[in-house]
Write a protein that binds this ligand. Structure first.
Ligand code: FDA
Length: 306
């Protein structure tokens, strides 16, 4: 219930203005977001890579409504990729891209063309792109665009969401050679007709999808902070005889950093999803919705500044 309310607020520009202009918001944003500029992104990436972690960088922004803004998002990624290569941070750092930032909502072909430019630039920079997955109305379009992008750049990856009823079938389709698939639980408010609603059902779906990906021929990327699912991932890796470079764990910047380092110390590959940029509102609200403790932290910060 609380989760749906926060996710509904994530779509309200009135609440966005209220949250963005509250000074105490900064402390909470800083926990989950690397900063606003490419230099901030590089600084945080360098520190994580020095600790043995790998990184996927997300330039914040979604639901772009003009071709001009979509082209600006493409330019931001092209600049980021060349800065990463110049700093010697590829292939340790790759990029995550939301197709809605590239115009998917109003012009699918434009989004595909701009994404193709980003994938080609990533390939030149010696690294990869992973497409984020957004709400369920975009899933078919995102998977179609992925298939087209992979014709030229086969290393292009995609996120899939265990809460969607369709995802087990998608994982079966996506478990072929060279396929890079990030398995997450899913962060949007979805209706029962398309998504499991209970935590138990989502977790069970996650395990079924994890089994398919680990048994397949692709490269599974297990994006979760859930200790039980991490343990199941470790166990399945042994079962399917996957070496540490044949799959990876992924977690969000600012969430369970000690666990990220513990897994690295045990020899696992761990990638941290690092968002940067000024358009952090939707991202922050999804993080607050995931965990009541984050909301409490946010409300405490607001109270203490009054
Ligand atoms: P769950 O929410 O059950 O949390 C398990 C435990 O992890 C919690 O008890 C807590 O300890 C910790 N935890 C989880 N979230 C936390 C938070 N925000 N703050 C503090 N602690 C937290 N979603 C999507 O729809 N599309 C996408 O493309 C992506 N991409 C993506 C990339 C990466 C690398 C990650 C890690 C996650 C995503 N997600 C995503 C988000 C994902 O769908 C999901 O909402 C979150 O990862 C939370 O789910 P968990 O699997 O961590 O489990």
């Amino acid at each position: 219930m609380l989760r749906s309310v926060i996710l509904a607020a994530a779509r309200s520009s009135r609440i966005e203005r209220l949250v963005a202009t509250t000074p105490a918001t900064r402390a909470v944003v800083d926990r989950f977001v690397a900063g606003t500029t490419v230099d901030d992104a590089l600084r945080v990436t360098r520190a994580l890579v020095a600790d043995g972690l790998t990184v996927t960088l997300d330039h914040l922004g979604e639901d772009t409504l003009s071709a001009e803004h979509a082209a600006a998002a493409r330019d931001e990624y092209l600049g980021l990729l060349s800065a990463l290569a110049d700093a010697g941070l590829t292939p340790a750092a790759e990029v995550s891209v939301k197709l809605s930032a590239l115009g998917q909502r109003f012009d699918e072909k434009l989004a595909r063309d701009l994404a193709a430019e980003i994938c080609a630039a990533a390939q030149r920079a010696g690294t990869t792109v992973t497409l984020d997955m957004e709400d369920h109305t975009t899933t078919d379009s995102t998977l179609d665009i992925l298939a087209e992008l992979r014709r030229d750049v086969p290393t292009t990856g995609v996120a899939v969401q265990a809460y969607l009823r369709r995802t087990e079938a998608d994982c079966r389709e996506l478990s072929g050679p060279g396929s890079r698939v990030r398995l997450c639980k899913g962060a949007y408010a979805e209706p029962e007709s398309v998504a499991y609603q209970s935590r138990l059902e989502v977790d069970k779906s996650y395990v079924r999808c994890l089994n398919l990906l680990m048994a397949g021929e692709g490269y599974p990327m297990l994006a979760t902070h859930d200790p039980r699912l991490i343990a199941i991932g470790q166990e399945r890796a042994k079962w399917y005889d996957r070496a540490p470079d044949e799959f990876e764990f992924q977690m969000l910047y600012g969430v369970r950093p000690a666990e990220q380092r513990r897994l690295v110390a045990e020899g696992y590959t761990v990638r941290v999803y690092v968002p940067y940029g000024t358009q952090w509102y939707g991202y922050l609200m999804r993080r607050l919705a995931e965990r009541p403790a984050n909301l409490a932290f946010f409300l405490r910060a607001l109270r203490s500044r009054r």
